[in-house]
Design a protein. Structure first.
Length: 152
C-alpha cells in the first residue's frame, strides 16, 4: 500500500501540482492528499479513478508498484561506508605526506627536522574535509526523511 502513496506523490509532483491544488481538483482537503501521500490512509477505488483522470494517467499506474528513485537519501550509510571512507582517509594522508613536506618547506622554509608538524597539519586538514563530507551525506539523509512529510 505504500506504493500507492509513493505513486500519488510522484504523479502530483510530475504534474507540478501542490497538495492544495490537487485537493481542489478532486474536491477534498489538502490534509486528505497529505494523508494519502504519507500512507496514513488511502483513497477508495472511485477516488483513485478520479485521481487518475485528473492527473491524465490510468488506474493501473497507482495500483502497480513503482520503481522508487535510487538515491542515497533515506538509506543507512552502513559499515561499508565507514570502513571505506576511513581507509581512503588514511591512504590520502599517507600518500599526501611526501607531497606536503617539500611544499611546506618551500612555502614556510626550514629543514626537515623543523617541519615535523606539517604531517599533523595535513592530517587536520584532511580530517576537516572528511567530517564535512560526512555531515553533507548525513544531512542529505535527514532531508530525505523530512521530505516525506508535508508539502513540497
Amino acid at each position: 500500500m505504500a506504493d500507492i502513496a509513493h505513486n500519488i506523490r510522484q504523479q502530483r509532483i510530475q504534474h507540478n501540482l501542490t497538495q492544495t491544488q490537487l485537493a481542489e481538483k478532486l474536491g477534498v482537503t489538502r490534509q486528505t492528499i497529505s494523508s494519502w501521500e504519507r500512507g496514513n490512509s488511502f483513497p477508495n477505488i472511485d477516488m483513485l479513478e478520479r485521481l487518475a483522470s485528473v492527473l491524465g494517467t490510468d488506474l493501473d499506474h497507482f495500483l502497480c508498484p513503482a520503481e522508487k528513485p535510487k538515491s542515497i537519501a533515506g538509506r543507512p550509510l552502513g559499515f561499508r561506508f565507514l570502513l571505506f571512507s576511513l581507509l581512503a582517509y588514511v591512504l590520502v594522508w599517507y600518500l599526501g605526506i611526501p607531497l606536503v613536506l617539500p611544499l611546506c618547506q618551500k612555502l614556510f622554509g626550514g629543514s626537515v627536522h623543523e617541519s615535523f608538524l606539517y604531517p599533523l597539519y595535513w592530517a587536520l586538514l584532511l580530517l576537516v574535509v572528511y567530517v564535512g563530507v560526512c555531515v553533507c551525506l548525513l544531512s542529505e539523509q535527514l532531508a530525505g526523511l523530512w521530505d516525506r512529510d508535508g508539502e513540497e
